[in-house]
Design a protein around this ligand. Sequence first.
Ligand SMILES: Cc1cc2nc3c(=O)[nH]c(=O)nc-3n(C[C@H](O)[C@H](O)[C@H](O)COP(=O)(O)OP(=O)(O)OC[C@H]3O[C@@H](n4cnc5c(N)ncnc54)[C@H](O)[C@@H]3O)c2cc1C
Length: 598
Amino acid sequence: MPSYKAPVEDYLFLLNDVFQVGAHVDLPGYSDLSPQILEATLTEAAKLCEQVLTPLNRVGDMEGCTRHDDGSVTTPKGFKEAYQQFCDGGWGSISFPSEFGGQGLPAVLSGVVTEFLAGSNLAFWMYPGLTQGAVAALLDHGSPEQKATYLPNMIASKWTGTMNLTEAHCGTDLGMLRTKAKPQPDGTHRITGTKIFISAGEHDLAENIVHLVLARIEGAPAGVKGISLFVVPKFLPKADGTLGARNSVSCGSIEHKMGIHGNCTCVMNFDNATGWLVGGENRGLNAMFTMMNHSRLGVGTHGVGLSDVAYQNAAAYAKDRLQGRSMSGVKFPDKPADPLIVHPDVRRMLMIMRATTEAARALVVWTGLRYDIATRAADAKARDQAEDHMGLMTPVIKGVCTDIGLVSTVLAQQIWGGHGYIAENGIEQFVRDARVNEIYEGSNGIQALDLVGRKLGMNGGRAVQAFFSEVDAYLKAQAQVEGMAAYVNPVLESFRHLQLATQWIAKNAASNRDHAGAGSYDYMNLFGLVALGYMWCRMVEVARAKLAKLGTASDRHLSAKLVTARFFVERLLPETSAQLGRIKSGADSMMSLPAEAF
Ligand SMILES: Cc1cc2nc3c(=O)[nH]c(=O)nc-3n(C[C@H](O)[C@H](O)[C@H](O)COP(=O)(O)OP(=O)(O)OC[C@H]3O[C@@H](n4cnc5c(N)ncnc54)[C@H](O)[C@@H]3O)c2cc1C
């Protein structure tokens, strides 16, 4: 059975040493974050994830959710009790404002806990996980009355949240959605329509479920300009905050799907359900984007969590499983064979997993810190700069980190050989669970288009220029530092590829937009490799400084950072040259065949 150990040590290194969160005392919530509190909090979160949620991961996969004739849903055995422990620990309220019962701690901390939760049990985590994005949307766009009614219960995890966008005929292209909203004299709306694939749409974990629903008000314009957002609770809250009548929203069926079986993916029927407009009329997509952006960063973090748990179980197996002898001479003569870990090709797979997971984790922390600056800093310029960073990095984190998640889970399965294909060992579940991260919250192809088509040009390219300046200045300075060239020079070379690719797209996409679309996926991955390479340099810089301080004493964690960084720059960064080549080949070979030829 797979096991999971939350990466507390790695996070303490990132938070305390690399990104020095303690230095941000000017940001609300950060002054409470001493290294001791940080370690204690992460250790507690780790306990819940390792001891309670990990054993339930396989239970959820085997049992799935059950819909009853009345539309109610039972979650897998043990989920309810685990959810209570989640609530009691306050894990759903970490970074939300104390005004609504939150703990007011940094969002970067709740990002850490997200990785632990996703790594231990993604299907379970998605119930409270979606609530996080729904809270963010209501905080930004809800009326004072809506905030007072919903936020305290959602932040306390007594009520959960959902996002209802997708309909059978429209997923990516939300402009086609048909769910209707009919205005009522009392100011409410009657919502009618069917949504599909709604995660955590119905369950037995919380008292109430707060659906955030995109719908078109009668007479509104066609397309995305006529979409509004509504809050549609399962039970209508009474004026005193207690639960009132059942609203006419119900789970019509549960989807049978490839993975995350423990999470209930529902067809939701809205049958003249009572809803309240959130934000302005026809401004629904704007409001929903708050939730989507929040969730996209979360889903990227899920990729990191699954990548890590897959790595851990592959590494343990590679040390245990005896097959063949080392090519460079027998390593364990007392055993009938050497363990898999002696074989370079097995090492190749383990090192890919390790090198991408650790850098992706750093990228998420770095961006989480910027999220806190964007939402909490007193200085408007600092907020704007951090906001730019968030906009640019959101598609990169969502797309690249979820791809890393799938690659790692497949590599773990490969290391487990045939045993990785057999369900009872639990490794193939990681592959099935990781797959959806690339699909939902805007497929990864759409993330790539968002990066190339929107984010690069936003505000005259301000965000990408700021990122390039930061990376350029850092790498050039570090290239002068003795011992850093081996790490920095390959990243500088890949950074040059990224700059050339950016210029090529800017020049050629104006005459043919398909050139941008044809290169967008490679561009996103090229961008990601440079960002991860930059993260590796920052980690190496700090690890070397700490090792120097230790004198002759070595440190397993820090020394391993240097080796893993070398693997990353030598083995993974060369891909950027191929990515640049593919981008520059443009759209012609991709678009020339007529549709009938396929
Ligand atoms: C398990 C699961 C849970 C989900 N949970 C939720 C949820 O809670 N709430 C919710 O609202 N939805 C949810 N979804 C829906 C999910 O967000 C959509 O499946 C996703 O957005 C893609 O939409 P689609 O499936 O209709 O694919 P389509 O939009 O049909 O896209 C199919 C493919 O075509 C590509 N494509 C589409 N348009 C373009 C374009 N313009 N340019 C280039 N490529 C394009 C896409 O990248 C994709 O690869 C969930 C889905 C799953 C499987």
